[in-house]
Design a protein around this ligand. Structure first.
Ligand code: FAD
Ligand code: FES
Ligand code: FES
Length: 466
């Protein structure tokens, strides 16, 4: 049995996990007896289990707040974890965040407190200060957020204590191949591609933010888990001409860093994807490969005319992203084939996307709408409309697109197109939204796109009274 070598609060650990499905939280509490990290929801929602994961990316040390409840031990190879027990100095000096939490009475029962402290310490270490974003993944049921926010506002201004940097970390910076016959942790893309073609029933795990719940909520054991997020090529982002190629295992935080300057509206949406903790591990490839009808990225990437790169052994094929989604739970992916990356054209000025959910943060979309319209003077020359949440798969509004193609862009045309969305989609009702609500939202998003565009172009217009 090969061991997983990682660091906890500066101490090197060699852990065994023959099941491949032990979570870091389980291990911290049951094996390491580090009980400061709490278990709340066990599904990535409440942040009680937040720890900081440090890893080398592109020769930079990255400090990421992550949910330990859905992080598998096998994802930790060559990484360094800081828990609440490792936040104060070895001599017992409190971290500025801890001092401020005490000063402002930031806890009552204290259950959420370690997670909140870890999110704030991570932000403090990274030099970020937007508390709405930093704390979106941490729930407190008793204090009321004022005291926590006051503690955050004060402590994030304070200098970084030196003991945060003076800690033992992994010496070797290149991840090592680990795993045995049934648990794989590959770092070489070609070797992985050959192996997966021969072992197509293996469970691929990138960030594990979906797969983690199969284990913690559905109590599944995973046949042959294969952890792919340490394969360097799968985390690369390249720009060539007007196209960005994003490796499948690129996490949402990094994806936002690279895409935001091209598509600010996509960046706004990414920042409403889960929470900081989720975005720090959830991957672009995982959000596509899971085939979810309500994943946030697919409608946006479809509207942007992205192409998916699929690979089996050394054979690659590219397909328009929309063609990957065949039916609910069915994707155009052959046995032994995996998502290697996605190509995203970068030149579309008039792309916009919108996420509609009950809460602003940490919520799954009821509807996600994405729009791209290129004009030749006032004539619609090229049009893409894609929605999530309206069908069994992320899908283009083909009838609406066909109607708009070649038309003059004005309010009347858009209002006619809004009605055509009823031809394209028959949304279902579920706990997130009713069918009628979804349809009305879809129409309104098209109108919102139009008005937003008119405003940006300097034309003010409002809907005439009916
Ligand atoms: C609390 C919480 C909040 C969330 N919020 C959102 C949200 O706001 N919006 C949203 O869209 N989703 C959300 N999700 C869902 C999830 O985070 C995303 O779908 C995420 O992008 C999945 O990526 P991952 O790397 O974690 O996938 P994993 O869990 O590792 O894998 C997901 C699936 O894809 C497969 N897979 C992964 N990578 C590849 C690959 N390269 N090739 C082939 N198959 C692959 C896996 O085998 C598995 O079937 C949330 C999840 C949680 C727990
Ligand atoms: S226990 Fe709730 S996010 Fe992990
Ligand atoms: S202090 Fe009790 S849950 Fe936050």
């Amino acid at each position: 049995m090969s061991k997983i070598i990682f660091f906890i609060n500066g101490r090197q650990i060699a852990a065994e996990d023959p099941s491949g499905t032990t979570t870091l939280l389980e291990w911290l509490r049951e094996k390491a007896y580090l009980k400061g990290t709490k278990e709340g929801c066990n599904e990535g929602d409440c942040g009680a289990c937040t720890v900081i994961m440090e890893s080398m990316e592109d020769n930079r040390l990255i400090h990421s707040a992550v949910n330990s409840c859905i992080l598998f031990l096998h994802q930790l190879e060559n990484k360094s974890i800081r828990t609440i027990e490792g936040v104060s100095s070895p001599e017992g000096d409190l971290h500025p965040v801890q001092e401020a939490m005490i000063k402002f009475n930031g806890n009552q029962c204290g259950f959420c407190t370690p997670g909140i402290v870890m999110s704030l310490v991570s932000a403090h270490t990274n030099g970020t200060s937007d508390l709405d974003t930093i704390l979106a993944g941490n729930l407190c049921r008793c204090t009321g957020y004022d005291s926590i926010i006051n503690a955050g506002e004060e402590s994030l201004q304070k200098p970084r204590p030196d003991w945060i940097d003076n800690i033992e970390r992994p010496a070797h910076q290149v991840p090592q191949n680990t795993g045995n016959g049934t648990i794989r942790n590959p770092v070489c893309l070609d070797e992985f591609a050959d192996w997966y073609a021969e072992n197509p029933n293996a469970t691929l795990i990138a960030g594990g933010t979906d797969v983690g719940l199969w284990v913690t909520k559905d109590l599944k054991s995973l046949p042959t888990p294969c952890f792919i997020s340490d394969i360097p090529e799968l985390k690369k982002v390249k720009i060539s001409g007007n196209v960005m190629t994003v490796g499948a295992a690129t996490n949402l935080t990094k994806f936002d860093d690279v895409i935001s300057k091209y598509y600010p509206s996509l960046s706004v949406m990414i920042n409403r994807f889960g929470s900081v903790q989720i975005r720090n591990v959830a991957t672009v490839g995982g959000n596509i490969a899971n085939g979810s009808p309500i994943g946030d990225l697919p409608p946006a990437l479809i509207a942007l005319k992205s192409k998916l790169i699929l690979r089996r052994k050394d054979t690659r094929r590219k397909l328009p992203l929309e063609d990957f989604f065949v039916d609910y739970g069915v994707q155009d992916r052959q046995s032994g084939e995996f998502v290697e990356g996605v190509e995203i054209p970068l030149q579309h000025e008039w792309f916009r996307c919108y996420k509609i959910s009950k809460r602003r943060d940490q919520d799954i979309s009821a509807v996600c709408g994405s729009f791209l319209m290129e004009l030749n003077f006032q004539t619609i020359d090229d049009i893409r409309i894609a929605f999530g949440g309206l069908a069994a798969i992320p899908k283009r509004a083909s009838a609406t697109e066909a109607f708009l193609q070649g038309k003059t862009l004005n309010l009347e045309t858009i209002q006619m197109a809004m009605e055509l969305l009823e031809t394209d989609f028959k949304p279902i009702s579920d706990m997130r939204a009713s069918s009628a609500y979804r349809m009305q939202i879809a129409k309104n998003l098209l109108l919102k796109y139009y008005f937003g565009r008119q405003r940006m172009s300097g034309h003010q217009q409002s809907i005439p009274a009916r």
